[in-house]
Design a protein around this ligand. Structure first.
Ligand code: PMP
Length: 440
């Protein structure tokens, strides 16, 4: 018997029966190190006693109260915490139940904003090729991942694509990283002018690209230039930190490291650490008011938004992260983690790039280290590495994504922030062994 969601190319997955710290256990008693937090979700690991206690307490108080009638202490506390720590100017928060819902809400907020400003013609969205912003039809429309989009075309929103800021590491040219970043950002201006300077509603991007490309941060200066262009043409900047946010890259928000503040910031995964489904949009008062004054605030709602159980879990997760200083810890361990990966893969002929920030690291597998020629996607190396790693008691997140425009293969590591130095050694050792088994 196979759970409906699992693709038929994979074997029937093991049954998870217990989670404790960085480990998951299946029904046969096998232990796995969770080195990807599922999908960059479990930032605190599994079964954290303080989160469980907070959930029990909330369950005893009230499990559910519809936001059409009530708010809850947990939702209010979470909103306050998020606003206190938000990038400057993002003074309001809208709580939903996951990443796609957060992106959907952000898109509608942007639309509502321009309707309120009597600029309804601004309805075009610009996104980057290969990007992923969620799987609901609206969020999928705002993405640029062709193989995900193709079978559902035509999609819902008029989306236009520019190049991602990835390829610098893969090109052999004399151009500096800054020059490359500037050139990549300029594509936004070109596209805006092509569509009409008052026609574009928003540009959406992940500061550090997760699922589709394996922890690729934009080159320095890219997002600063993007912010300038958005400001110049009155285009809203939506940064999607569903995967890379909430401390994963070593700062609470990845965009802090790029020195930019978006107009709308979407978060999810690490917000609730997997203990409950939750997501949020952070936004300015101006955007919030436009949403509230327009019909959007009342017409855009979800039954489970600001759910008290989800909010209670998120408050507990965020409190533990702060008290235990886990985000600075992640930042401090980045170089050790990367060094271990470099050492372990130093002699391999198939590792073309090791990259990322904090506990959000990617390893690119290439056929030729010099030309960075990617492997034939039909080899399905990602699936084979995932299966081999599972066999060796390790969960990693390999994808057949792409960095250089062609589909390649990478492995994403996004472990709990509680991973100790000795655990890092173990993760890297098991991964190197698993990858070598696939290539032998
Ligand atoms: N945006 C990004 C950047 C994501 O990585 C994801 C999920 N991988 C989503 C949105 C969608 O989130 P969810 O799966 O919670 O709907």
């Amino acid at each position: 018997m196979t759970f409906l969601l699992h693709r038929s190319t994979e074997n029937t997955p093991p049954v998870a029966v217990k989670g404790e710290g960085i480990y998951l256990y299946d029904s046969k008693g096998k232990q796995y190190i969770d080195a990807c937090g599922g999908a960059a979700v479990s930032c605190l690991g599994h079964g954290h006693p303080e989160v469980l206690e907070a959930l029990h307490r909330q369950l005893d108080k009230v499990a559910y109260a519809h936001t059409g009638f009530f708010t809850s202490e947990a939702a209010e506390e979470l909103a306050e915490t998020l606003i206190d720590d938000a990038p400057q100017g993002l003074s309001h928060v809208y709580l939903v139940s996951g990443g796609s819902e957060a992106v959907e809400a952000a898109l509608k907020m942007a639309r509502q904003y321009f309707i309120e400003r009597s600029e309804p013609q601004r309805r075009h969205i610009i996104t980057r090729r290969q990007s992923y912003h969620g799987n609901t039809l609206g969020a999928l429309s705002a993405g640029g991942n062709e193989w995900r989009r193709a079978q559902f075309a035509p999609l819902l929103i008029q989306t236009h694509h520019i190049s991602p800021c990835y390829a610098y590491r893969f090109q052999n040219s004399t151009e500096s990283a800054e020059e490359y970043a500037y050139r990549a950002a300029q594509e936004l201006e070109t596209k805006i002018l092509e569509l009409g300077r008052d026609q574009v509603m928003a540009f959406i991007a992940e500061p550090v690209v997760g699922a589709t490309s394996g922890a690729v941060a934009a080159e320095k200066g890219y997002f600063k230039r993007i912010r300038e262009i958005c400001d110049q043409y009155g285009v809203l900047l939506i940064l999607d930190e569903v995967m890379c946010g909430m401390g994963r890259t070593g700062t609470l928000y990845a965009c802090e490291q790029d020195g930019v503040v978006p107009d709308l910031l979407t978060i999810a995964k690490g917000l609730g650490g997997g203990y409950q489904p939750i997501g949020a949009v952070l936004l300015s008062k101006e955007l919030y008011d436009a949403f509230a004054n327009g019909s959007g605030f009342f017409q855009h709602g979800h039954t489970y938004m600001a759910h008290p159980m989800a909010a209670a879990a998120a408050v507990a997760v965020q409190n533990v992260l702060k008290r235990d200083q886990l985000v600075p810890y992640v930042a401090s361990m980045e170089s050790y983690f990367k060094r271990k990966i470099h050492e372990s893969f130093a002699n391999s002929s198939y590792v073309g790039d090791i990259r990322g920030r904090g506990f959000f690291l990617g390893i690119e597998l290439v056929e030729d280290k010099v030309t960075k020629q990617t492997f034939d996607p039909s080899l399905n190396l990602h699936t084979r590495i995932k299966q081999e790693a599972l066999k060796n008691g390790l969960m990693v997140y390999p994808m057949g994504g792409t960095v250089d425009g062609k589909r390649g293969h990478h492995v994403l590591l996004a472990p709990p922030f509680t991973l100790k130095q000795s655990d890092i050694n173990e993760v890297v050792e098991r991964l190197a062994y698993s990858v070598s088994c696939v290539f032998s």
